[in-house]
Design a protein. Structure first.
Length: 380
């Protein structure tokens, strides 16, 4: 589905109103005492805006909007709570697999179509092969059965997902580029304990263990070349979604700093009239603008052919999460001691952004990967 600028702006406005009404009043309390049923209630209420169906193809009774639209939705939701936004980010990343299949003109199996037609639509979690330190996930053919084994890295939506979409990197002929869909209660699927990370606390992370899980052939969405393309598309979207959440969270911090600076009176004038405060706010605005442009560009398939130009979504994730942390730190500094008080919301934003930095791989490692995987891309 093609969307014009007016449609994007309408979606942004509707999501902003939804977030302020349904998320903002409880966000700080849910950070102190997370209640998973509250997050699920926000998910249910979001159905009025068709958010769970946003990236589902129209052929599967979804809305069929582009991934850039989903990123803008995440930006707006993260302004009130990045933890809530992360539930949708994990779901959206899984839905990109269906869009990728549609672009490749691949048919979905009957079982997958049945899941997509379910009312209400289930919550998805996508499991990427990001962490080389964990036991690698692999799908093998044993005695005529498809057997999934391994242990995932920390997975988003691990405590809330109804289905796991497991993406398996090529490591041989048996599991090259597989994409597998599994119910969370499949025999052999074990969700480990909450990792209790300091941020995104309403949507905790946990590792998923697959102990000789039998996978029905109809639940293998794609393998081989199509599976590799699905993995690449899902990873690119996931990085872009993380970047969008980081910008949304830091957008909130910037607006809080602006509001505080306009109201705080010191040394005979409001502090927003102090040159150093203006410099800090201007720098924050610059990072916010550049980061927003960066994640939007990550969803643009068209690009100019400039030398040494990378269109990889992972770099948008790196820049946006690093810039977001700097924005939040400056916002705290403008607030002075008040910035560290929970009721002002900034210290929560800082913890959330710090976890966003770690999602999809540590930022320094992603810097290295971009060059190491394409050693001859630049300098020619």
């Amino acid at each position: 589905m093609k969307t014009n600028l007016d449609e994007f702006n309408e979606i942004i406005s509707e999501c902003r109103r939804f977030a302020k009404k349904e998320i903002q009043p409880e966000a700080l309390e849910m950070d102190l005492q997370p209640k998973f049923e509250w997050l699920r209630s926000v998910w249910e209420k979001s159905r009025s805006l068709d958010l769970p169906l946003l990236l589902i193809p129209e052929s599967c009774n979804g809305v069929g909007y582009p991934e850039k639209c989903a990123a803008l939705v995440l930006d707006m939701l993260a302004m009130e709570c990045a933890g809530v936004a992360s539930l949708f980010a994990g779901h959206f990343a899984a839905c990109t697999t269906l869009n990728s299949l549609k672009k490749q003109e691949k048919a979905l199996t009957a079982d997958i179509l049945k899941i997509m037609d379910a009312d209400p639509l289930p919550v998805f979690s996508v499991i990427f092969p990001f962490d080389p330190d964990d036991s690698s996930l692999g799908l093998e053919r044993i005695n005529g059965k498809n057997i999934l084994r391994g242990r995932s890295s920390l997975a988003l939506n691990s405590m809330h997902a109804d289905y796991f979409l497991v993406l398996i990197q090529s490591s041989g002929d048996t599991d090259a580029g597989c994409c597998v869909c599994l119910p969370n209660d499949s025999p052999g699927v074990e969700i480990e304990e909450n990792a209790r990370l300091p941020g995104l606390k309403i949507n905790p992370f946990a590792k998923i263990v697959f102990n000789d899980v039998v996978v029905d052939s109809d639940m293998i969405i794609a393998s081989g070349g199509p599976g590799e393309k699905i993995l690449a598309a899902a990873q690119k979207a996931y990085f872009g979604f993380i970047a969008a959440m980081a910008m949304g969270a830091s957008r909130s911090a910037f607006l809080k700093a602006m509001s505080y600076a306009k109201g705080r009176y010191q040394y005979g004038k409001h502090i927003i009239h102090h040159e150093e405060i203006q410099r800090m706010l201007g720098c924050m605005q610059m990072k916010l603008d550049m980061g927003t442009a960066g994640y939007l560009q990550a969803f643009n398939d068209e690009t100019v052919s400039l030398p040494a130009l990378s269109s990889k979504g992972r770099l948008a994730k790196v820049y946006c999460t690093d810039a977001a942390l700097e924005i939040v730190q400056d916002a705290i500094q403008i607030h002075g001691g008040y910035g560290y008080m929970h009721e002002y919301g900034l210290e929560k934003v800082m913890r959330d952004v710090k976890i966003l930095q770690l999602m999809g791989g540590r930022n320094p490692a992603l810097h290295i990967q971009v060059i190491a995987q394409h050693p001859v891309r630049f300098g020619q």
